[in-house]
Design a binder for this molecule. Structure first.
Ligand code: NAD
Length: 362
């Protein structure tokens, strides 16, 4: 063995380090399925999380991704008040070339064999059609189309949660949650972004929009009288609020330096490039950050509704709780002088440890 070989922690050591309960490696040569299902924590309920299909460069990279994402789901369910644990799955492969009915159904059988400990939904690289294939093999799947008894497109609920997260932050910074006259930059006007633009324009907010899809940019600008801007203007514009609704890691060393926003609140996952560093930097700069996994939980609430049979009214009520939950995070952040992302983690961890205690009695 070479003297300078890098020491890679064993899989079980990685699970211990991140507090994971279980990881299932799925291998089916007949269909080409190679997947990893991670169950982080099931204190609050079965582990729910989407299935991502992606061309990972290595199994180690896929494992790292699924461990990180499943842990995030534990926190998201906990802070949203749902009785769900955290899980996630990744299928290794190119969704455009390697996805077949047989592969998805084979994957569904692996989920079935977990007997309800893990429930899945869509994520990057998977669609409602794929959820239908999984449903052919197991009931432990959500995100199937409304026509098949599912709860349908989660984006309107996600957008509503983000909108309420913005309101909760505006209340903190400006003393009122009236949005009229405020300005917001929405980066990415896809499924969630467009719904958000609509809600903001209904309250007479000045909305700037940016997207790499120029046709869509012009269409949404016309439809809602929003102002299209170039991507390179986002972090220098003098708007009140930045709503990232496209990619993650847009809040980083470079962008924080130039941004003049008072608030960051959007739907994109993992907005802070480095949770440890950038939450603190935003606090020091006086920019209020609404933790992404809290305010974008409307989609998860929609999955929960599908499982529990809640109707649209209850789904909307649960989504509306995001306003108060955001206010609670801001309050803790202020009293403890800690970044809002850290305050959110503390609230989520407290709920998990409290519920663990009640489970000690039969
Ligand atoms: P989407 O694919 O419908 O829309 C994304 C939009 O962003 C597209 O219009 C795309 O052209 C644009 N985009 C991509 N790269 C960009 C860039 N560099 N600059 C500007 N625009 C860019 O996705 P979505 O469902 O609207 O989700 C948006 C974000 O919210 C994602 O990060 C997603 O993970 C997150 N999210 C979505 C939901 C949901 O219910 N859909 C729930 C939770 C979190």
């Amino acid at each position: 063995m070479s003297g300078n070989s890098t020491i890679v922690p064993s899989v079980l050591d990685q699970l211990s380090a991140s507090g994971h309960k279980k990881v299932v490696f799925c291998n089916d040569p007949d269909t080409g399925l190679k997947a990893i299902i991670a169950v982080h924590d099931t204190t609050l309920g079965p582990a729910l999380g989407g299935t991502r299909m992606w061309t990972y460069n290595s199994e180690a990279e896929a494992l790292e991704d699924v461990l990180r994402l499943s842990k995030g789901m534990t926190y998201k369910s906990a802070i949203t008040g749902l009785n769900l644990g955290g899980g996630k799955a990744v299928i290794i492969g190119d969704p455009r070339k390697q996805k077949t009915e047989a592969l998805m159904r084979s994957y569904g059988r692996f989920i079935k064999n977990m007997n309800g400990e893990f429930i899945t939904a869509e994520d990057m690289g998977t669609t409602t059609r794929d959820m239908e294939y999984i449903r052919m093999e197991t009931n432990y799947v959500t995100g199937v189309p409304e026509s098949l008894g599912g709860a349908g497109n989660p984006a309107p609920y996600t957008a509503k949660g983000v909108f309420l997260g913005i309101k909760a932050c505006v209340k903190e910074v400006f003393g009122t949650d009236m949005l009229a006259g405020k300005s917001v930059v929405v980066q990415g006007i896809g499924n969630v972004g467009e719904h958000l633009v609509e809600l903001l324009r209904q309250e007479n907010v000045e909305v700037y929009i940016s997207d790499i899809n120029q046709d869509r940019l012009q269409e949404v600008a016309r439809k809602y009288k929003a102002k299209p801007i170039d991507a390179d203007k986002i972090f220098t514009i003098g708007a009140d609020i930045y709503a990232p609704c496209a990619l993650g890691a847009t809040v980083n060393d470079k962008t924080i330096k130039t941004m003049k926003f008072a608030i960051i609140a959007g739907s994109a996952n993992n907005q802070l490039a480095d949770e440890q560093v950038h939450g603190q930097l935003l606090l020091e700069k006086g920019i209020l950050y609404a933790p992404d996994y809290l305010i974008n939980a409307g989609g998860l609430i929609n999955c929960y509704a599908e499982l529990t049979g809640f109707g649209k009214k209850r789904t909307m009520q649960l989504t509306e709780n995001i306003y108060d939950a955001t206010r609670e995070v801001i309050k803790l952040s202020k009293t403890e002088q800690i970044p809002t992302n850290l305050a959110a983690s503390r609230i989520a961890e407290k709920r998990i440890s409290d519920i663990k205690k009640i489970k000690s009695s039969y």
